[in-house]
Design a protein around this ligand. Sequence first.
Ligand SMILES: [Zn+2]
Length: 70
Amino acid sequence: MYTGNVRDLEGGTTVCPSCREVCIARDGYQILDYRLDASGRCKRCGVAVAGRYAEEVDSFDGRRIPVVIG
Ligand SMILES: [Zn+2]
């Protein structure tokens, strides 16, 4: 099933595993919200948010966020 251009806000959202705060909200390529600190921890409860972004968080400069499509 091809869903390339379908907007899926829910599927592009990263939620803190501890407090369920929305940490990264995406809509396609656009970052709508980003609530992790420089070491990838939830700004609300301080828990490290695991996931495919963990490796890149150390070099996160606040402007570019790696997004894996598919
Ligand atoms: Zn949290």
